[in-house]
Design a protein around this ligand. Structure first.
Ligand code: NAD
Ligand code: 5JK
Length: 369
């Protein structure tokens, strides 16, 4: 950026800014982006915590809106310099229809891109997902892979299909001329399973363990490794990527980056126990207590029950064939691409990430919050 423009204050828009990740991105921007002049937080459901941010030095504008509505997105984007698009329908449990998932994740992303083009907004960071790559339907392991590791990405489930298509749209849009004639610069960040303060599934496991007398029962072999990344580091990576897109447009434009930090490689359940253990839970069994074929049967039964009960109620348990396949397939990343391209280093060590998450589980896990 030219010297004269150094002091320019920028307008940022965060879509999905009231979600689990979005809230951390919003707070991180306020703490760590010195050029921030106005922060627009766009979400279908606005959180009450936004009110407390409005008293700070940066103007915070809360916008209740729907990414599937092009005119609402266009109005929110107008005048913004940078868009961080984290809004999405994260549903692997069959709560929403495939059509709704597609509308929010794909059409919503298309609306964001078009709004950038129409309004002359040049910088777009998209929250993609590891699931754009895998695990694939064949259950092939992805072991300590990076952005260039060959892998047969085959999707059938609506959520990964939608994320893959949306990511493609974002990368494809890189270089498009926006209003005013300058090129759009885009990149996509692919978190693995995010954990930390606000992680709903972690809280659900904690509550389930409390109901089961302080125990959880191992269902997946300890040898199946899962990539996990702390929400504060994912948020930091978004802030840094957004900041550096202008200076490093040629290098970063159209690129994908896995989100990573120093979190250890472990099975999904063993990793959760890093937090739930200090909160008083115990994982029973060195090996899965239920045979795999029974889990497959139960997962299929859940699909049937979901379908049968749909006219009466929404039955959406954690276990279904898709979540079982994801839980039972090794998927871990090992990369330094974000460090090489835009100087990303995790802001939070594993010890910090662990402590913060434990404190959060202890504070809110048992309550109705
Ligand atoms: N949680 C994870 O482990 C994980 C991993 C990889 C990628 N991601 C991606 O990160 C992003 C954020 O996920 P999250 O875990 O914070 O989920 P979340 O559900 O907590 O947050 C998503 C936010 O988007 C908002 N939203 C949904 N539909 C919308 C719409 N039509 N218009 C406007 N806002 C809408 C929701 O209200 C919510 O606040 C998603 O794009 C998701 O695909 C999440
Ligand atoms: C066998 C069962 C009892 C265990 C169920 C665990 C299952 C619900 C968990 C395991 C892995 C989890 C996914 C993984 O962390 C990564 C992502 C990517 C992200 O984009 C969306 C969430 C998702 C799919 C996690 C969902 C919950 C899963 C499947």
């Amino acid at each position: 950026m030219a010297d004269s423009a150094q002091a320019q204050k920028l307008v940022y828009l965060v879509t999905g800014g009231c979600g689990f990740l979005g809230e951390h991105v919003v707070r991180m921007l306020l703490q760590r982006e010195p050029r921030l002049g106005e922060l627009r937080v766009f979400d279908l459901h606005l959180g009450p915590w936004l009110e407390e941010l409005k008293t700070g030095p940066v103007r915070v504008t809360a916008i209740q809106g729907d990414v599937t509505q092009a005119h609402e997105v266009a109005a929110a984007v107008a005048g913004a310099h940078v868009v961080i698009h984290t809004a999405g329908l994260v549903d692997v449990f069959g709560r929403a229809s495939p059509k709704t998932i597609h509308e929010v994740n794909v059409q919503g992303t298309r609306n964001v891109i078009e709004a950038c083009v129409q309004n002359g907004t040049r910088f777009l960071v998209y929250t993609s997902s590891m699931e754009v790559v895998g695990p694939n339907t064949k259950g092939h392991p992805f072991y300590r892979g990076n952005e260039d590791t060959p892998y047969e990405a085959v999707h059938r489930h609506p959520y990964p299909c939608s994320k893959a298509l949306a990511e493609w749209l974002v990368l494809e849009a890189n270089g498009r001329k926006v209003c005013g004639g300058l090129p759009l610069v885009t990149c996509a960040l692919r978190p693995t399973g995010i954990y930390g303060e606000g992680h709903q599934i972690m809280r659900d496991f904690y509550r389930q363990g409390l109901r089961l007398g302080g125990r959880l029962f191992r269902a997946i072999p300890a040898s199946v490794e899962h990539g996990r990344v702390y929400v504060g580091n994912v948020a930091w990576m978004h802030v840094l990527a957004a900041r550096e897109l202008e200076q490093r447009a040629a290098l970063m434009g159209g690129q994908v980056y896995f989100c990573y930090d120093g979190s250890p490689y472990k099975s999904y359940e063993d990793f959760n126990m890093e937090f739930l253990g200090p909160c008083g839970l115990r994982l029973v069994g060195a090996r899965p207590l239920v045979p795999y074929w029974l889990l497959v049967f139960l997962a299929a039964l859940n699909v049937l029950l979901q379908w049968l009960l749909r006219p009466l109620l929404l039955y959406a348990p954690l276990l279904n064939p898709y979540t079982l396949a994801v839980a039972n397939t090794t998927f871990t990343v090992s990369t330094d691409k974000a460090q090489r391209h835009f100087g990303y280093e995790p802001l939070f060590s594993w010890e910090d990430s662990r402590t913060r998450t434990i404190l959060w589980v202890q504070a809110t896990g048992g309550s109705a919050q």
